[in-house]
Design a binder for this molecule. Structure first.
Ligand SMILES: *Cc1c(COP(=O)(O)O)cnc(C)c1O
Length: 393
């Protein structure tokens, strides 16, 4: 049975559906609709679709369902809904359960678009949103009052890699009756045990490690069958943010190597962080796998790994950071992450440019900060590339 398989086996096989041809590779059912034998059959399917009965690709599709079953299995979730992008997943997981008058408490250190949904969109519809320092449990305790409807945080924050204690925050949230929704992108599905640790809903941008080749946008919401099918699905299917079958096919291919890739990338990230630690041009090397990371013990207990991302702070500021970026050869300047190709990002001028200066200061998005997504290249080549570039700082 699928449920007894270990993760690497699930990543290759779970969810597969074969047509009458018995094809080995997952088929792309590139179809928006499905034909019914009779009018009565159409009526019956609209009334109550059975297992593996589809109506319209916005509602569900066989290739997309393979992806949903596979990610739900490795996440330890009952079900999943695949979305057109990571942001469609965040938006769906927040908008579907919330209504005017509800209260949300979220960690302040968030991906820019997540902040936009919380601070601009939800507030516009009468949802109260309070932001806290995600690593400070006292702030969570003070903010999560009885009647709080939902708690949201990135389990490892972007870009400074702060680690939030999923079990502790979930306990605080559940005591108040709140739903715990986590953005788990930086943790990756490979190092995640978020549901076991207390999260109710886990979101991924599949664009990142799940694709792993920087090819397609995608996302997924994992949770209980009740939440996914009764709360998320009606919202997503009527508002149009579903994943395309072609994207699901790309993601299914990516998942076969997800465990191998994330472990190799995390190994290289650990080696790179250790090699750069103490470099005279850097004021800080931030990596949850390093003993001097403020949540190092928590990261190792929660994920068993420091992950695939490293942040470095060039002491001399923006111009020096730009010289370092421009001197990189193997590592590309871009803003994706989780790609096989290593990527360097300057958050202050790109992904977090929109934030006002006081918010940048509060989140530690300094002029010298560079975020590194460590890819699948040889770690020695990456260390040599960074070391040579840092000589220009
Ligand atoms: C990339 C990212 C998203 C958004 O995903 P898209 O697929 O780009 O829409 C959300 N949260 C985090 C933490 C991300 O890194």
């Amino acid at each position: 049975m699928t449920g007894d398989w270990k993760r690497r086996t699930q990543l290759v096989h779970t969810g597969s559906r074969r047509s009458q041809y018995g094809e080995m590779a997952e088929a792309i059912f590139l179809t928006q609709g499905f034909a019914y034998d009779t009018a009565e059959a159409a009526e019956a399917r609209f009334l109550a679709p059975g297992e593996d009965e589809f109506i319209y690709a916005r509602y569900g599709n066989p290739t997309v369902r393979m992806f949903e079953d596979r990610i739900a299995a490795i996440e330890g979730a009952e079900d999943a809904f695949a979305t057109a992008s990571g942001m469609a997943a965040v938006n769906g997981a927040l908008m579907a359960p919330l209504r005017a008058g509800d209260r949300v408490v979220a960690a302040r250190a968030l991906f820019g678009s997540c902040l936009y949904i919380l601070e601009d969109i939800l507030r516009r519809f009468g949802v109260t949103v309070d932001l806290v320092d995600g690593t400070d449990l006292d702030q969570w305790r003070a903010a999560v009052t009885p009647g709080t409807k939902l708690v949201f945080f990135e389990t490892v924050s972007n870009p400074r890699l702060e680690v939030v204690d999923i079990a502790a925050v979930s306990a605080i949230a559940h005591a108040a009756g709140a739903l715990v929704v986590v953005d788990n992108v930086f943790a990756t599905p490979v190092f995640s045990r978020a549901i076991e640790q207390g999260a109710d809903v886990v979101i991924y941008s599949a664009t990142k490690h799940i694709d792993g080749g920087g090819r397609a946008l995608g996302g997924v919401i994992c949770g209980t069958r009740d939440f996914i099918r009764k709360t998320v699905e009606p919202y997503m299917k009527h508002t149009g943010g579903s994943m395309s079958p072609f994207t699901a096919w790309i993601m299914l291919n990516g998942m076969q190597t997800l465990d191998l890739r994330c472990r190799a990338m995390a190994d290289s990230a650990a080696r790179l962080a250790a090699a750069l630690h103490g470099h005279p041009a850097l004021s800080r090397v931030i990596y949850p796998g390093l003993p001097d990371h403020p949540q190092h013990k928590l990261a190792m207990a929660q994920m068993g790994s420091g992950g695939t991302m490293v942040a470095i702070e060039v002491a001399a500021g923006k111009e020096a950071a730009f010289r370092v970026l421009n001197a990189l050869d193997i590592v590309k300047i871009s803003n994706n992450l989780g790609d096989a190709k290593s990527i360097a990002t300057h958050p202050a001028t790109t992904t977090h440019q929109r934030l006002p200066q006081d918010q940048k200061d509060r989140l530690g998005i300094t002029p010298g900060l560079i975020r590194l997504s460590v890819g699948l290249e040889d770690a020695e080549d990456l260390i040599a590339d960074l070391t040579a570039a840092l000589a220009r700082a």
